[in-house]
Ligand binder design. Structure first.
Ligand code: ACO
Length: 337
């Protein structure tokens, strides 16, 4: 093929409110639920997370994404008029109709762009990159804005200490542009997979068309995430490892050729277990779960943004993004920055 795609800009943004483990423990204690900072840090690596303020128009999903997208555009040296396509990965859209992508398009004023949401839960940003890469390589799109962004707060069961400790809100954005196929600095390969039979390890029982919400279902918190943490943990370690190996082997590379590993940030212990299996040093793994928790589709672009702006990720380096999410969905993107 004549074309390839390349990430030329990246940005992120978070809500203002910081909720530390101590804050969360206090809130749960008021409801008679016990947890503590030590347990959360030891079992998850999370110390704090950002939580959107419900009803604050600056902290809706698309409003957070607006800031992240503006930062990514600035880094890429592009304007809103350059955007052909907006792919908004989220499982917590502003509204089901219209999509967050539509809200973002109008807030940006990106009049030339067509826009759609992608829901692959935590894997969404990587799915978005893969779709953008395909459109760009076939010549249909020149410049794509890929968002991974979540306001999970309303979907969290704040009475379930086994899951509410994990999640946070935030937004990441990337500008993906057409480049020559021969450019060494490009997306090298994309890998996606889904196993819908594992839906039960993380799902929201009601609120979709199959089970519309009633007052009783809301009372039962059937509109919040139900999670089997231990089951996810095991699958996550295996699939993140397998996808990393597949992505490297596809490109004739080994783990020694990798400069940065950017895994989905669901639990620091999952990340450490994968790094160990891959025999990859933790100081080359991008981690922001300590400060942000699991922001689902936003974990990879926000971690990357922080590292790029800190001057860690440099031009020409090889970066592996590797994710899993509810569905279950899995994916990886290998890129030369
Ligand atoms: N504070 C104190 N104690 C707690 C808490 C808490 N917040 N939560 C659970 N416990 C207790 C349990 O009740 C249990 O007590 P018991 O032994 O008396 O029964 C004990 O701690 C151990 O609980 P486990 O559930 O076995 O703890 P585990 O080490 O498995 O950690 C966790 C739980 C953190 C949820 C972990 O399993 C995990 O992170 N799994 C992955 C989840 C994940 O990735 N979710 C994101 C999916 S979305 C996405 O990104 C795809």
């Amino acid at each position: 093929m004549q074309y390839a795609s390349k990430i030329t800009g990246i940005g992120s943004h978070f809500p203002q409110r910081v909720m530390t483990n101590q804050d969360l423990a206090r809130e749960l204690a008021a409801k008679g639920i016990e947890t503590n900072d030590e347990w959360i840090v030891e079992r998850t690596g999370i110390r704090e997370r950002r939580i959107s303020e419900p009803g604050n128009p600056k902290e809706t999903n698309s409003s957070l994404a607006l800031v992240a997208a503006t930062r990514a555009l600035e880094m890429a040296g592009k304007t809103v008029d350059d955007i052909d396509q907006i792919l908004f990965a989220t499982c917590s859209p502003d509204s089901l109709v219209p999509t967050s992508a539509c809200w973002l398009q109008t807030k940006l004023g990106a009049k030339r762009a067509w826009a759609l949401d992608i829901n692959a839960a935590c894997s969404g940003f990587v799915y978005g990159l893969a779709i953008a890469d395909t459109f760009i390589r076939t010549g249909q799109v020149k410049t794509s804005l890929v968002i991974g962004s979540e306001v999970l707060n309303p979907m969290v069961n704040w009475d379930d200490r086994g899951s509410c400790i994990l999640f946070g809100d935030g937004s990441g954005a990337a500008i993906v542009e057409r480049t020559e196929a021969a450019n060494p600095r490009r997306i090298l390969s994309t890998h996606l997979h889904t196993d819908g039979s594992l839906w039960e390890v993380l799902y929201v029982p009601a609120g979709g068309s199959a089970r519309p919400l009633t007052a009783e279902l809301i009372e039962q918190k059937a509109n919040t995430m139900h999670m089997k943490g231990k089951e996810i943990f095991k699958v996550a370690v295996k699939t993140l490892t397998d996808f990393a190996v597949t992505a490297l082997e596809t490109n004739g590379l080994t783990i020694k050729d990798l400069d940065w590993f950017v895994p989905h940030q669901a639990n620091l212990r999952i990340i450490e277990a994968v790094a160990k299996r891959l025999d990859f040093p933790m100081d080359k793994v991008l981690v922001n779960i300590d400060r942000h928790g699991n922001t689902s589709a936003a974990t990879v672009p926000t971690a990357l943004d922080e590292a790029v702006r800190a001057g860690k990720v440099k031009p020409g380096q090889t970066v592996l993004m590797d994710v899993f999410g509810a569905g279950l969905t899995y994916g990886a993107v290998l890129a030369r920055w």
